[in-house]
Design a protein around this ligand. Structure first.
Ligand code: ZN
Length: 240
């Protein structure tokens, strides 16, 4: 779909906003309306489908029964084909996470459950997904550094920060979540089961490493802290 994807591998998966699941399942039974909905959506965004290089895209799209169904967690996914170049496009409804055979609601619940301290097996069981699928979601979403994500969103690194540890519980144990915020943006969310300067320094250091990797000359101009000794010594490394 995206022109930028052409240089690498052809990306023929299109995510279409069908408004809601009820509309989507209704359209599944009506080929003509389904295709029209897909085309109208693409048109409204101004996207071009990536056809074969020999095709000008002037053909029409059909929904062949041959490509009809891929089961995705009980959901029917259709594929449409260009009548001219035979390129096949997978139409994903917006409520399915791309490449993940899991609904966003299930992924959210399972991620929350793992964060709350349940085992992978337990989380997978209560969300009706496989432990391996959950593990892959954690690998895909859970290891992202906030610094990497936010700087990619073109946010400048914070000049002034507020560092504090939130208290939380992992089952019956008390745990600490070292956080760094600036304004309304959270730049770091750590996790520690020890309330020690060493543990907090390690956590806040993760923010510093990520920031320096993005911008080697980065220094925090000022850090507001709660005055707790561990935080004081832990965040001193962030300042010049
Ligand atoms: Zn074509």
């Amino acid at each position: 779909m995206a022109q930028a994807a052409k240089a690498t591998r052809q990306n023929r998966t299109i995510t279409v906003d069908f408004h809601d699941e009820a509309t989507y399942s209704q359209l599944l039974g009506d080929t003509k309306a389904f295709i029209e909905c897909v085309l109208a959506f693409l048109l409204s965004l101004g996207f071009q489908l990536t056809h074969q290089s020999t095709c000008d895209g002037g053909g029409s799209l059909t929904r062949h029964s041959h490509y009809a169904r891929v089961r995705l967690g009980g959901l029917t996914i259709w594929r449409v084909q260009c009548t001219r170049c035979k390129a096949v496009f997978t139409v994903l409804p917006h409520f399915v996470l791309r490449y993940r055979q899991m609904r966003p609601e299930a992924a959210r619940d399972a991620l929350l459950a793992t964060h709350g301290g349940l085992s992978l097996e337990m989380c997978a069981a209560i969300c009706h997904i496989s432990p391996m699928a959950l593990y892959r979601v954690i690998c895909a979403l859970g290891t992202q550094s906030l610094v990497a994500v936010l700087t990619r969103c073109a946010l400048p690194l914070p000049r002034y920060i507020l560092a504090d540890e939130k208290h939380s519980k992992c089952l019956t144990d008390k745990v600490y979540l070292p956080t760094i915020v600036s304004g309304r943006v959270m730049w770091h969310l750590g996790y520690s089961d020890a309330k020690s300067a060493v543990a907090f320094t390690e956590s806040y250091g993760a923010f510093q490493r990520a920031a320096l990797e993005y911008k080697p000359s980065y220094r925090v101009q000022g850090a507001l802290i709660d005055g707790f000794d561990s935080t004081t010594s832990a965040t001193s490394c962030l300042e010049t």
